[in-house]
Design a protein around this ligand. Structure first.
Ligand SMILES: C[S@@+](CC[C@H](N)C(=O)[O-])C[C@H]1O[C@@H](n2cnc3c(N)ncnc32)[C@H](O)[C@@H]1O
Length: 216
């Protein structure tokens, strides 16, 4: 297991108390997610314990959630057992079993994209492969302004920072958290052959609607 997987497979994430700016971020993200699609087959990459999957289940025809934490996935399965349009798979987002162009939309919410570290660009390529040519990839990520609030939330939750730089916070408990500015997001997308519409979600986050331009 890599350190990020160890973090998510331990009780840290499920016990996290979000401080105010993060509660607001998740509320605004929820509204944005709901208004972004109408129906279709949707993939929730890094679905965790199903918070984002539950939101998507209300607006999609079908939702598949994948995660590499068995512990979180078991919670998601339990919480959403009555949602008939939802299925889950235990797998790593860097190489998923789905056929090309299977999904109308692919989501990575709650800064999941910022937790991928060394496999970030590989996961974006996978998302591009499995979304339909006319489909979208939606990313909700931490912005360059998140750091003071993020450090405060970690402190309040008793989590220990091992190292930090201009892009990342590395926790002793294994989590790596990346933050993004507009220019950096544009470069990442450009390198992947994708184009995105990037908008502020709150002052600590961006919403990025990515067009799959692979056949254009
Ligand atoms: C911040 S949580 C988001 C959970 C959920 N999407 C939500 O919005 O509440 C990030 C999730 O991504 C998962 N994750 C991180 N890297 C992954 C990878 N390479 N493959 C699969 N899941 C991954 C973690 O296990 C965790 O559940």
């Amino acid at each position: 297991m890599n350190p990020i997987q160890i973090f998510y497979d331990s009780p840290y994430f499920e016990n996290l108390n979000e401080t105010e700016p993060f509660q607001r971020y998740l509320e605004v993200e929820q509204d944005k997610t709901r208004e972004s699609i109408k129906g279709g087959r949707v993939l929730d990459i890094g679905c965790g314990s199903g918070r984002s999957t539950a939101i998507l289940s209300g607006v999609a025809d079908e939702v598949i959630g994948i995660d590499f934490s068995e512990r979180l996935l078991n919670q998601a399965r339990k919480i959403l057992q009555r949602n008939e349009n939802v299925r889950f798979y235990l797998e790593d987002a860097k190489s998923m079993h789905f056929k090309d162009s299977k999904f109308d939309h692919v989501f990575m919410l709650w800064n999941t994209f910022g937790n991928l570290y060394s496999v970030r660009d590989k996961v974006l390529q996978e998302a591009k492969r499995i979304v339909k040519p006319e489909g979208n990839i939606y990313l909700s990520v931490f912005s360059e302004n998140v750091l003071p609030s993020y450090l405060n939330m970690l402190k309040q939750n008793g989590l220990i920072i091992e190292h930090q730089d201009e892009n990342y916070v590395f926790l002793r408990e294994g989590l790596v958290s990346e933050r993004f500015n507009r220019e950096k997001l544009e470069k990442i997308l450009d390198k992947a052959g994708l184009k995105g519409d990037i908008q502020p979600l709150t002052d600590i986050a961006y919403w990025c609607e990515v067009k799959n331009s692979k056949f254009s």
